[in-house]
Design a protein around this ligand. Structure first.
Ligand code: KIV
Ligand code: ZN
Length: 511
């Protein structure tokens, strides 16, 4: 690999999925892995196989399906059982990597591991060797490296490389580093570890102080050639370095960084939306690169400048990141052809069957609402993804509510693979609560509603409403989204989606 190529290591499916409420089903993980392959990431960290049967299954299936196109990585603590389990999950990938970690900072050594420096070195060496016996491509991370004494860090890194590690990842586990300090850690390792030339140095920065991207870029300037990051900056606590920000900073400021990545940047926006839909984690409107306002110019003086020459106020073109705005696009007379072109332009490839379904919904929507925007079309399409694997489907519902009446709801539902229609009814505090209770009765799961949001997809009183819910069942959180011009219908879809996710999770972890 040339010295100006940066390896993009995506950990959305591991560190990202670890953040509360962001858990994904195996099918969703496969959908994310496919999107990451198409985005062009070099390494996908698909999960932590020992963590649960569901995690193991997901890593194994991703390794089987995508392991010939992209390197698939599985995480393991420095423990024999972890390493064996990761080796088992990864064995079908043509390009497999195992990521072994062990904390090295004095705080972690003394309070968490209760191990001496010598024991840390010995364990790291032994476990890297064990992992290397199973998979030749080994990454080693000294956890909390950014708070580790530099001389000890050099010792661990040198021994891990001697034991077979070919990537050395430097985590700022608690997001404590500053760009200057992180630069110095990487530079110190480059200058003081005698065998450092045999390994690629990598960054893994958390965002507790909002410095994850800045620290990762400082690492690149000091000589790191792999960056670990996540879509939308998902991850433990305040998250990890955001992939889209890293990639666009390196590309837009190529004059400064003089490195490149393999990322297919027009896929950044669609991938960000996919992750947001699947994890239920909303992207803030003013988020760099993928926020809805990232390319919106409101101020008159800016608009005037843009009309004269876009470069007055624009450092990246929206199309370079696949940005979808709220352009007014089509009306009900636009026809199939124009609709198909628009769908293609938005970056979707649909089967004929799904295209017909979405086209019918588009016509129905155009009948109900005056203006149909790009964002409406994207929302209609995204609303259908993943539905074929849902265990329960809502066929019809009816609600009754008003002043001085007891709110009630009835639902008609069907289980995947069966034609039997099941009906249930319930009362509630309001029509939405009543419908949630009726859904729970059919599915026979009782959940606690933790969060409920409704937002409009585009503008106007007749806009489609997108409802997001988060529920909790047995200490696990699940989310769901629903879409309709009727918020009761959108709420029912969102709640059922979350219940379906909980059922899929139970099934995956019962194996
Ligand atoms: O933040 C961290 O230290 C990690 C390690 C497992 C690499 O995620
Ligand atoms: Zn991490």
């Amino acid at each position: 690999m040339s010295s100006d190529a940066i390896t993009i290591f995506d950990t959305t499916l591991r560190d990202g999925e670890q953040s509360p409420g962001c858990s994904m089903t195996t099918d969703e993980k496969l959908e994310v892995a496919k999107a990451l392959v198409e985005l062009g990431v070099d390494v996908i960290e698909a999960g932590f196989p020992i963590a649960s049967p569901g995690d193991f299954e997901a890593v194994k299936r991703i390794a089987q399906e995508f392991g010939s196109r992209t390197t698939i990585c599985g995480l393991a603590r420095s423990k024999i059982d972890d390493i064996q389990r990761a080796g088992e999950a990864l064995k079908h990938a043509e390009k497999a990597r195992m990521h072994v970690f062990l904390a090295t900072s004095s705080i972690h050594r003394e309070h968490k591991l209760k191990m001496s420096k010598d024991q840390i070195v010995q364990t790291a060496v032994e476990m890297v060797k064990r992992a290397h016996d199973l998979i030749p491509n080994i990454e080693f991370s000294p956890e909390d490296a950014a708070r580790t004494e530099l001389d000890f860090l050099c010792e661990v890194v040198e021994k891990a490389i001697d034991a077979g590690a070919t990537t050395i990842n430097i985590p700022d586990t608690v997001g404590y580093a500053t760009p200057d300090q992180f630069f110095n850690v990487i530079r110190h390792l480059k200058q003081n570890v005698p065998n450092i030339g045999k390994a690629v140095l990598s960054t893994h920065c958390h965002n507790d102080l909002g410095l994850a991207v800045a620290n990762s870029l400082a690492g690149v300037e000091a000589g790191a050639r792999q960056i670990e990051c996540t879509i939308n900056g998902l991850g433990e606590r305040a998250g990890n370095a955001a992939l889209e920000e890293i990639v666009m900073a390196l590309r837009t400021r190529g004059d400064h960084y003089k490195v490149h990545t393999n990322i297919n940047t027009p896929k950044l926006f669609p991938t960000s939306r996919l992750i947001s839909r699947i994890t239920g984690m909303q992207v803030q409107r003013n988020k760099a690169i993928v926020g809805q306002n990232a390319f919106a110019h409101e101020a008159g003086i800016h608009q005037h400048g843009m009309l004269q020459n876009r470069s007055t106020y624009e450092i990246m073109r929206p199309e370079d990141v696949g940005y979808v705005g709220t352009n007014l696009v089509l009306g009900k007379h636009s026809g199939r052809h124009a609709f198909r072109d628009r769908v293609k332009h938005l970056g979707f490839e649909l089967t004929d069957e799904l295209f017909q379904k979405i086209f019918d919904e588009f016509i129905a929507l155009a009948d109900k609402k005056k203006d149909v925007f790009d964002s409406d079309i994207v929302a209609l399409i995204e609303n259908h993804t993943g539905e074929s694997t849902d265990e329960w489907q809502l066929l019809n519902f009816h609600t009754l509510a008003g002043t001085n009446v007891l709110p009630t709801a009835t639902v008609e539902m069907k289980r995947n693979g069966s034609d039997e229609v099941i009906r249930e009814a319930s009362t509630g505090d309001g029509p939405i609560d009543a419908i949630f209770c009726a859904l729970e009765r059919v599915v026979q799961v009782s959940a606690t509603l933790r969060d409920y949001h409704v937002k409009s997809v585009s503008s106007g009183k007749d806009a489609q409403g997108e409802v997001s819910v988060e529920i909790s069942i047995d200490d696990h959180n699940y989310h769901g989204k629903g879409l309709s011009t009727d918020v009761v219908a959108a709420s029912a879809q969102a709640y059922l989606k979350a219940l379906n996710r909980a059922l899929a999770d139970r099934k995956a972890n019962a194996k």
